[in-house]
Design a protein around this ligand. Structure first.
Ligand code: GLU
Length: 486
């Protein structure tokens, strides 16, 4: 069964008094105050443009159940709108609007030419069979089609918390059945299985992007030395909250490519902790076999009642990769991490951020750090509308060019390469290579844009505000280019 985009069900909403969208808007306002745009334009950028709320009946085990769903299109300054669909009991209008807004800023930061959107269905997917989930997903898709809330040039969903490639395949199939004459129908949704029009590398994209983003931030001595840390990921102790698609992949790349030590993993039913490090792949295997990360033999199990206290354990990097509002005004004073790397959307509330800032904790913001998912979604969409696999045209050509180059170098130097060296140099890029290098380049470039704003612009207090400044500047420019303010 495909892994859902997220699988932790930790919710700290009850702790937080500020609604999620308001928290996002407080962050927006801090950046807007530093910019010289007309008030009305800033207001147009901030508000959510279009929202759809639907209640539809689905027959579940003989009973009719009324299901609630939403889709919010936050910004139409670029089309299509883009953003995931989440299945969770926490879903409500405020959450979906806040998440849609984050998508707008995220896309702008990584130069993905889309507006932001988000959808959600208020269910706990664990309570439904696969066949029931398929019925719910297909029915929700029909509702979106009827109201023009889905389409390759309008609004393109993707996986989010509680959904994955399987759900995206159902959405694509339903859409194609309704729009058989749309040659670009496959581009109506991203995050599809590779066999059904997906792109290689989308599943791990968000986690890999998180790794690239942390690696880049931690390579800047000016940023990490004041925290009492040395640059680089090697040897840094990391606590991961959420072992879904994003948390698992981020932890895996941090450990395997960066040499980080994963000391704790927190999930919906408890946590595991080992100060000497937990092998991410081995823990994933344990969960596949037992259904839970708990009772993993090479770590201490922390029961559900004490789960949230693990966020406050000593570490270098705390990586929330679950739901929003996990670090709130009540636990922020007790967080011992030096860096919070926001793999989830909105894990730190605006109130908590002020506390963290006073305490000198560095936050690497969500709208930059977790943008890898939508970056690779963009590549998938491009693949779908261009109807050609990435790399198909140039792979063989590059291999032949490399071959000629190798032969020339060997002739001129009189030396020959080992078979391994030859193999490395010969290979032309496949789809996965192109996706990975495109993602890496995007994350590096985006970090440096934000870093530049943080360093050079007066009054920018932190990386999040810098990221918002970066996003607002680009969206404002797009509005001016559109010429909608004559
Ligand atoms: N749900 C992911 C996010 O929050 C991916 C969105 C997408 O690929 O459109 O960024």
């Amino acid at each position: 069964m495909p892994v859902a985009e997220e699988s932790v069900a930790t919710v700290a909403k009850e702790h937080e008094t500020t609604p999620f969208f308001e928290s996002v808007n407080r962050n927006f306002a801090r950046a807007a105050a530093l910019l010289n745009y007309p008030r009305g334009l800033l207001e147009q950028i901030r508000v959510c443009n279009k929202v759809y709320y639907v209640q539809f009946p689905v027959r579940i085990r003989g009973e009719i159940q009324v299901i609630q769903g939403w889709r919010a299109e936050h910004s139409h300054h670029r089309l299509p709108c883009k953003g995931g669909i989440r299945y969770a009991e926490t879903v409500d209008l405020d959450e979906i609007m806040a998440l849609a807004a984050l998508m707008t800023y995220k896309c702008a930061i990584v130069n993905v030419p889309f507006g932001g959107a988000k959808g959600g269905i208020k269910i706990n997917p664990r309570n439904y069979t696969e066949e029931e989930l398929e019925r719910i997903t297909r029915r929700y898709t029909v509702e979106l089609i009827q109201k023009n809330f889905i389409g390759p040039s309008l609004d393109v969903p993707a996986p989010d918390y509680g959904t994955g490639a399987r759900e995206m395949a159902w959405i694509a199939d339903t859409y194609m059945a309704f729009r058989p004459d749309d040659i670009n129908a496959l581009a109506c949704v991203t995050g599809k299985p590779v066999e059904q029009g997906g792109v290689r590398g989308r599943t791990e994209a968000t986690g890999l992007g998180v790794y690239f983003g942390i690696r880049e931030a931690l390579s800047v001595p000016e940023l990490v030395r004041p925290l009492g840390l040395e640059p680089g990921i090697e040897g840094k102790r990391v606590i991961v909250q959420g072992f879904g698609n994003v948390g698992y992949h981020a932890a895996k790349f941090l450990q395997q490519e960066g040499g980080a030590i994963i000391t704790a993993v927190i999930e919906w039913d408890g946590a595991v902790y080992n100060p000497d490090g937990i092998d991410v792949e081995d823990l994933a295997r344990h969960r596949r076999e037992t259904g839970s990360i708990l009772h993993y033999p090479r770590a201490k199990t922390i029961p559900l009642e004490e789960r949230d206290s693990v966020l406050e354990y000593e570490c270098d990097i705390l990586l929330p990769a679950a739901l929003e509002s996990q670090i709130h005004r009540y636990n922020a004073p007790r967080i011992q991490a030096k860096i919070i790397a926001e793999a989830a959307n909105g894990p730190t509330t605006a109130a908590a951020e002020e506390i963290l800032e006073r305490r000198g904790i560095l936050v690497i913001p969500d709208i930059f750090l977790n943008a890898g998912g939508v970056v690779v979604s963009y590549f998938e969409w491009l693949k779908n509308i261009s109807h050609v696999r990435l790399g198909r045209l140039e792979k063989r050509f590059e291999e032949r060019t490399n071959q000629q180059l190798i032969e020339m170098v060997e002739r001129l130097t009189g030396q020959s390469l080992t078979p391994r060296e030859r193999q490395l140099l010969l290979r032309g890029p496949g789809e996965e290579d192109l996706v990975r290098s495109g993602l890496e380049d995007t994350m590096i470039a985006a970090f440096h844009e934000i870093w530049h704003i943080y360093k050079e612009r007066k009054g920018v207090p932190n990386l999040r505000t810098a990221a918002f400044v970066c996003a607002i500047d680009k969206i404002a420019t797009a509005y001016f280019q559109l010429g909608i303010f004559p």
